[in-house]
Write a protein that binds this ligand. Structure first.
Ligand SMILES: [Zn+2]
Length: 370
């Protein structure tokens, strides 16, 4: 062990979940990340994933749903074919095992943070999870990795978990699973209107005991580094610091990258590094832990570079080292993203949105003077 701050969990078996040719959520996403991590291998410690048990899955998903997915994978195996669950989401012969390995990897991450061997962990898995509901797969997602990790973290004694979902799509599954739960705060920045339809609106504040513990920031298409960082600095950060979580989980999707074809946001790789720096700052201010679980990100170069940016920033030991990490992301030969800049196409819309959200969330977080 190198005794890095950040533990990394990666495994080539996350490529065993197959999707149709030309499907954006491809096994190549994992190989691109693994290839780049190999170049920086000596910087981090590594942990081995394990398969989650069915009992662990059942902390979040209905037993009938788990059984249905299992059966579907058996059919895929016996017929050596891909079975469509919906137009976007498929089961391949090894999908069930791979999805259980993805959840188990997330739980290994929870364990290492509980044991305090590391204060941060990045888990580079697929299939992704944040759209999966208790009893329904959707949007490339089978099991909700983040939600199961949060539930298992609670079972291990963590009291308050703050989930930051910066994937370009709204994390509807995660939101639904904790909508009435004040012990899990869900905050999402996403392009809006976009997919999935019908969720991710500003006025989804949570329900019953969970009212005031859900924050949606529906961003206009074309939002870039400055807009995203402004949202973190003016809304998400103050709320997170006030909530004082003992674990921050990042639903780390990279499909808001300007080079990603699936959406229309303008984040650069440096922008992702700077967002990761905000998370590292909250971690250090609160003396808390950070678990990052991979969600989307479909331009494999932009994905791998941005994942590496997050890993290196979370692993940096102080401002000086962080400065060096950022400088390294300015080198175009190794990194596809440009410098963070005013690349927002609609800065006024974003500023107006931030003011509205401050007003609305002020109902619950008035003491923050958002
Ligand atoms: Zn996404």
């Amino acid at each position: 062990m190198k005794n890095s701050r950040l533990a990394v969990i990666k495994d080539k078996r996350f490529g065993d979940h197959k999707t149709p040719e030309s499907h954006p959520e491809s096994p190549e996403r994992i190989s691109a990340i693994n290839d780049l991590v190999r170049r920086f291998e000596s910087e981090f410690d590594y942990l081995e994933p394990r398969e989650a048990t069915e009992e662990e899955l059942a902390s979040t998903h209905s037993p009938g749903y788990i059984e249905d997915l299992h059966k579907m994978a058996e059919v895929a195996k016996n017929t050596d074919s891909l079975i469509g669950i919906d137009p976007d989401t498929v089961m391949s012969p090894k999908s069930y095992t791979t999805a259980k390995l993805a959840v188990g990897a997330a739980l290994e991450g929870v364990d290492c943070l509980a044991k305090q061997t590391h204060d941060s962990c990045f888990v580079a898995v697929r299939p992704p999870g944040h759209h999966a509901l208790a009893d329904r797969a959707m949007g490339f997602c089978l099991f909700n990795n983040v939600a199961i990790a949060a539930n298992q973290a609670k079972a291990k004694g963590f009291k308050r978990i703050f989930i930051l979902d910066w994937d370009v799509h709204h994390g509807n599954g995660t939101q639904a699973l904790f909508y009435d739960d004040p012990t899990v705060f869900f905050a999402s920045l996403h392009q809006h209107p976009f997919w999935p339809p019908g969720s991710g609106y500003r006025d989804e504040f949570g329900d019953r005991d969970g009212e005031g513990f859900n924050l949606n920031i529906p961003l206009p298409e074309g939002t870039g580094d400055v807009g995203y960082l402004k949202c973190l600095d003016e809304i998400v950060g103050p709320i997170c610091l006030d909530y004082k979580p003992d674990m921050i989980i990042v639903s780390a999707g990279y499909d808001a990258h300007k080079d990603d074809f699936i959406a229309g946001q303008n984040l650069s790789t440096v922008g992702f590094a700077m967002m990761s720096q905000r998370v590292a700052d909250w971690r250090d201010t609160l003396d808390t832990r950070v678990l990052c679980l991979l969600e989307g990100g479909y331009n494999t170069h932009a994905l791998a570079d941005s994942v590496m940016a997050t890993m290196r920033v979370l692993n940096a030991s102080g401002p000086e080292e962080l400065g060096q990490v950022h400088a390294s992301y300015m080198v175009p030969a190794t990194i596809s993203g440009g410098a963070a800049a005013t690349n927002d196409s609609q800065p006024d819309k974003v500023s107006e949105l931030i003011e509205r959200i401050k007003e609305e969330q002020g109902r619950f977080h008035g003491q923050l003077k958002l």
